[in-house]
Design a protein around this ligand. Structure first.
Ligand code: SF4
Ligand code: SF4
Length: 76
């Protein structure tokens, strides 16, 4: 794999560690296992697995993880 492929060019949830209390809900509830807990807080450890489903956003009790983009599917 290309070692420079460390960034992704699609939307990912944003995590505000200043708000996060490390409850772990986002890690437990992410249906694809994209989130991992670290000593500093949760990170999107597997961005390629994130489907941007917004489950983490919906269940974060602190409002610390947000999916700020709206994905709209258009028929062509
Ligand atoms: S659910 Fe929210 S408060 Fe809990 S660990 Fe995830 S980002 Fe932090
Ligand atoms: S948006 Fe969905 S898939 Fe992506 S990290 Fe949050 S819960 Fe997991």
């Amino acid at each position: 794999m290309d070692s420079e492929a460390l960034t992704v060019d699609w939307a990912l949830p944003e995590i505000n560690l200043a708000l996060c209390d490390k409850c772990g809900a986002c890690v437990e509830l992410c249906p694809t296992g994209a989130v991992e807990m670290t000593p500093a807080g949760p990170v999107i450890a597997r961005p390629e697995d994130c489907t941007y489903c917004a489950t983490c956003d919906a269940f974060c009790p602190q409002g610390a993880i947000t999916c700020s983009y709206e994905i709209v599917w258009e028929e062509v």
